[in-house]
Design a protein around this ligand. Structure first.
Ligand SMILES: [Zn+2]
Length: 687
């Protein structure tokens, strides 16, 4: 592993922050932090931490000794000054001789030392940094170091690997006790450049930032070199022995549905989105003869367990859909029972473990196919998938030099139930969290508004449109503005192959489908006695058959998931109340309204709801400014009066329609429902 330190970059960062009044020490610590955070072999996402001891002014203007340390869970790669709040060093060091600090006290004691009371929680390793004397300190969970320490003879192997450059600290729970042990280990070997925290990670330090950073790089390099030196040649070719015989598009909905139903037999399913990863290394890991042993041994560092759980769900190779479905169900039931038994085994009398009530796995392995990470949002699922991939690397290297053996189960339990780790979990309360919504005509006014509305409710979004570039633009805006996952796909809803391709991409990206908003449409006109049959057939192709095609595809996936779903159709006011010369538009829309009822009738037993929105007079591609001007002129009213020509006297917008679709998606006991969004039109009222 090479040092990426560049003096000119460090100086540039110092100059960049000097204008904001950020001192040189903090800027150098930021540079070190970002370099470490930028390499996934060292730290992932919110893991790892770093600090600098510096002098700052307190509220009275007096200069005091402070520890500036990373905020718990913040991302090192994107660290900013706000992520390195300052704490009174003397206050932290006064905790050194305490015999015990319970959870709440540790957090409170750390916060009490903050100079800025509104700062985020300082790292759970704050005391470790405070008790060591060095100016710059870094801590990470480097894969290579974990491959060396996670061995039955890890202490002996670490001793020869790190060649006296790092003191060894047997596994100890983070917090006061680890900080005390680390300080003692350093005091006994004051010539070292760092510490090896067994089954956990590395600490490096120095009086200057560059040396602290480069000490970390050289410690990791020692571990990497040892792995190369000791690795047995791999006899197994990369090619998997278990070729999956059913595709990812078939496997993902089965897994996703089983997980959605796993916790609440009689209540609404608790859905998760899936992030799928596969490559030669993952397939090799999954093909190993001893997969069941090393995959179930636990995560490489307890730091990751709060997000990933300690063990993955290990599934058999996917040979045939029905058998795979049954095997998944059985494996999941066993997993949940085993997880609950593990909690019961370790929980003290009266210990509150309600934060771990969701006993479902976060990682699933399918030999011959790849690994899945599962979470209520794509952002979280992607973090878990990154950790799972890093874990594959660590375990493979550990197995190549010996036998992978991570921290003990009781230590994992202590971390997983630790209040300071629990605080890293931010439960999603968004009503559509974990759900996947597909919206056709997604680049149009109503489609885009609906995509935005569903994204703000927490759903992952697939924006489908005949214009693929516009669909991507809508999706990008949603990703930027709503912190939601969204993809834009080209899709011709009148073409079976195009629709099939789109659904396949959606499953590969999110794992399945829960809501379809079948919205794409276009208006053909003609007096019904004169209109050519061809026009009528064209309109039926888009305004009826395309709805049926989309719904049929969605229903197939929803039934594979077995966790219900929701079909929503844009049927227009024309389905109820025909407009003169609008027969070619109204006739297929009326058929689509009937289609809604048929789906409600035939698939209610599958938990699939079907509803329609009956909207009118919305500014969109179907009703352009030009058309509004013409129609207003024909009626002798202003454009505003034409648009507000309804019982409420209000113009109806695309957002109003989007909100009606969202309402239908959330109304879990409503099916066969038609919601009117037209400001009130007595001739179009249903009954
Ligand atoms: Zn750590």
């Amino acid at each position: 592993m090479q040092s990426l330190w560049r003096e000119e970059d460090a100086e540039a960062l110092i100059a960049r922050y000097e204008v904001d009044g950020v001192g040189r020490d903090i800027a150098l610590c930021l540079y070190m932090t970002r370099l470490l955070g930028g390499d996934p072999r060292l730290v992932l996402h919110g893991g790892g931490n770093s600090s600098v001891k510096t002098r700052v002014r307190d509220v009275t203007g007096a200069k005091i000794e402070a520890l500036a340390i990373k905020v718990s869970g913040s991302n090192m790669a994107r660290a900013e000054p706000v992520d390195l709040p300052a704490l009174r060093l003397d206050g932290l060091r006064r905790l050194r001789n305490l015999s015990e600090l319970v959870d709440g006290d540790l957090r409170g004691a750390q916060r009490a030392c903050l100079l800025d009371g509104s700062a985020g929680d300082p790292s759970v390793e704050t005391l470790l940094h405070a008790f060591l004397p060095h100016k710059f300190i870094a801590h990470c969970h480097a894969n290579a170091a974990l491959s060396v320490t996670n061995q039955p003879d890890g202490m002996a192997l670490s001793k020869v690997t790190f060649q006296g450059r790092a003191a060894l600290v047997p596994y100890t729970m983070s917090g006061l006790q680890l900080a005390q042990r680390v300080a003692e280990a350093y005091a006994a070997e004051p010539e070292v450049d760092g510490l090896v925290l067994m089954h956990h990670g590395l600490v490096s330090f120095a009086e200057d930032a560059r040396s602290a950073y480069e000490n970390m790089i050289s410690l990791v390099s020692l571990a990497e070199e040892k792995i190369v030196a000791l690795s047995k040649p791999t006899s197994q070719p990369v090619q998997s022995r278990h070729q999956s015989e059913i595709s990812l598009a078939e496997v993902a909905p089965i897994l996703r549905g089983a997980c959605a139903r796993a916790l609440h037999e009689n209540e609404a399913p608790a859905r998760l989105v899936l992030s799928f990863r596969s490559n030669a290394k993952i397939l090799q890991y999954l093909a190993g003869d001893e997969l069941m042993r090393y995959a179930a041994a636990g995560m490489a560092t307890p730091d990751h367990v709060i997000r990933t759980k300690n063990k993955p769900l290990i599934l058999p190779p996917a040979k045939e859909a029905q058998a795979f479905q049954q095997a998944t169900q059985a494996a999941l039931t066993d997993y949940i029972a085993a997880y609950r038994a593990y909690l019961a085994r370790h929980a003290a009398d009266g210990q509150d473990i309600s934060g771990l009530a969701d006993a479902r796995p976060r990682i699933a392995l399918v030999p011959g196919l790849g690994l899945f990470a599962m979470a209520p949002s794509m952002a979280k699922a992607n973090i878990i998938a990154d950790i799972a991939e890093a874990n594959v690397d660590t375990v493979m290297a550990a197995e190549a030099i010996g036998r992978y053996q991570p921290a003990a189960e009781s230590d994992i339990f202590a971390i997983e139930t630790w209040a300071l780790e629990q605080a890293k979990l931010t439960p999603s309360r968004a009503p559509l969290a974990g759900q996947v919504a597909v919206i056709t005509g997604g680049a149009g006014a109503i489609g885009a508004a609906t995509a935005r509305e569903f994204a703000s409710a927490g759903a992952a979004i697939a924006v489908l449109d005949l214009d693929g570039a516009k669909a991507e633009t809508v999706a990008e805006k949603i990703s930027d503005n709503h912190a939601a996952a969204a993809i834009g796909l080209v899709c011709d809803v009148t073409d079976a192959e195009s629709v099939g391709d789109a659904f396949q991409r959606i499953i590969e990206t999110f794992g399945g489908v829960d809501v379809l908003v079948s919205n794409a449409g276009a208006a053909w006109q003609g007096r019904i006695g004169d209109v050519p049959e061809e026009i009528l057939r064209q309109s039926f192709e888009l305004n009826f058959f395309a709805h049926q095609r989309m719904a049929q595809h969605a229903v197939r996936i929803m039934r594979a998931q077995g966790s219900g779903g929701c079909l929503l159709f844009n049927t227009s006011k024309q389905a109820i109340n025909p407009g003169a010369d609008f027969g070619p538009y109204g006739l297929p829309k009326a058929a689509t309204l009937f289609l809604v009822r048929q789906y409600a009738l035939d698939h209610g037993r599958d938990g699939i709801r079907a509803n329609a929105v009956n909207a009118d007079r919305i500014r969109s591609g179907l009703l352009s400014d030009e058309m509004i001007a013409q129609r207003a002129a024909a009626r002798g009213v202003s454009k505003q009066d034409y648009m507000a020509g309804n019982l409420l006297g209000l113009e109806v917008t695309a957002e109003d329609v989007a909100y009606a679709f969202l309402h239908q998606a959330l109304a879990l006991k409503s099916t066969g429902n038609v919601t009117t969004v037209d400001g009130g039109n007595i001739a179009a009222i249903l009954r």
